[in-house]
Design a protein around this ligand. Structure first.
Ligand SMILES: Cc1cc2nc3c(=O)[nH]c(=O)nc-3n(C[C@H](O)[C@H](O)[C@H](O)COP(=O)(O)O)c2cc1C
Ligand code: SF4
Ligand code: SF4
Length: 305
């Protein structure tokens, strides 16, 4: 739709772009892209690069000036998921498009994730017009879906970020959206000053701590299968962003085996219709308990334009 008003920047196409194994980030990016689409009188296109097929060798998503792209990723260990960095570097050509950068986080802290995302997108050729960090349900909360997990591990409280993003978060998201829209309508938009966000894109990853406060290491942890519940349906195999799950014949049934890298994203745990996937790694469980104990105070969303 042709825009009115002298200063209004021409926004022609709107996109939601997300990596979102358990869906929080995608809810946020699509909600914001929907707000932009309503405002500019057009539809938005959703690009979800969670699955490997969307990140095929040589694939490049190309944008141009006049595009407004909401680009979202989750916080992992205080930064972006490290296995995705090379694709975010190689797989997007910003072409001067405006980008609203967004990270979700599980109510511990987004630390340096937003700074890292802004830096990556700028290097890709996007112009950052706004940036925000929004708390959401911690992916580790999905463990509780598995009855066997609830038997082996019973922390006193719910994991952080339960029920989020909630109405208050979505109001803040809409406020952020209105600020971005105002900016597209103003001359300041062209002043070339980068949006300033907290954090340091070069900072190291956050070191997870256990209940006793000491560092814990669970890089090699992988989900287990409760064979008493697994039906061999294969859903977990199709939803792993790393393509690391395959079904293997075990006796009369087929059971999932995690053969490759596991980023602990919890997509398989969330997707399993039988509650058969769970983590039992001691170091991981200690970190999870620490989060449950120490991260209950509500983190409010923050945004910058
Ligand atoms: C491996 C891993 C590491 C995480 N690290 C952090 C963290 O450092 N800080 C935090 O607040 N949340 C952390 N989270 C929680 C996620 O950022 C949060 O649940 C996010 O919304 C998940 O996004 P998704 O639903 O789009 O997959 C982590 C989650 C996972 C799976
Ligand atoms: S999704 Fe669940 S039930 Fe289906 S194969 Fe995987 S573990 Fe088994
Ligand atoms: S196996 Fe690991 S990487 Fe794959 S979906 Fe499950 S938690 Fe995510």
């Amino acid at each position: 739709m042709e825009q009115t008003g002298k200063k209004r920047k021409q926004i022609r196409r709107i996109y939601s772009v997300s990596f979102s194994p358990t869906g929080n980030t995608r809810i946020l990016t699509e909600t914001l892209a929907g707000q932009f689409a309503d405002n500019f009188g057009t539809a938005f296109e959703s690009i979800d690069f969670t699955m490997q097929q969307a990140r095929a060798e040589g694939k490049v998503y190309t944008f141009i000036k006049g595009d407004l792209v909401v680009f979202g990723m989750p916080t992992y260990a205080g930064k972006l998921p490290n296995k995705l960095i090379s694709f975010v570097r190689e797989g997007f050509a910003g072409g001067g498009a405006d980008a609203a950068a967004l990270v979700s986080f599980g109510n511990r802290s987004f630390d340096n994730a937003l700074a890292e995302l802004c830096e990556l997108l700028e290097k890709d050729g996007f112009q950052i017009i706004g940036a925000g960090a929004f708390a959401a349900q911690h992916a580790f909360a999905w463990d509780e879906k598995a009855p066997v997990f609830r038997k082996i591990h019973t922390p006193e409280a719910k994991p952080p970020g339960q029920g989020r993003p909630d109405a208050r978060d979505l109001n803040a998201l809409a406020e952020f959206g209105r600020a971005v829209i105002r900016k597209t309508e103003s001359e300041e938009h062209y002043d070339g000053n980068p949006v300033s966000v907290p954090g340091n894109a070069e900072a190291p990853y956050y070191t997870p701590r256990g209940l006793d406060g000491n560092p814990v290491h669970f890089l090699k942890a992988k989900p287990q299968t409760d064979v008493s519940r697994c039906t061999g349906c294969g859903i977990c195999e199709t939803c792993c962003p790393m393509g690391s799950i395959s079904l293997e014949k075990k006796g009369k049934t087929e059971l999932p085996v995690v053969t490759g890298i596991c980023m602990k994203c919890h997509a398989c745990v969330k997707a399993c219709p039988e509650g058969a996937m769970y983590f039992d790694d001691e170091a991981y469980l200690s970190h999870r308990s620490m989060l449950v104990r120490d991260c209950q105070i509500r983190c409010e969303p923050v945004w910058f334009v």
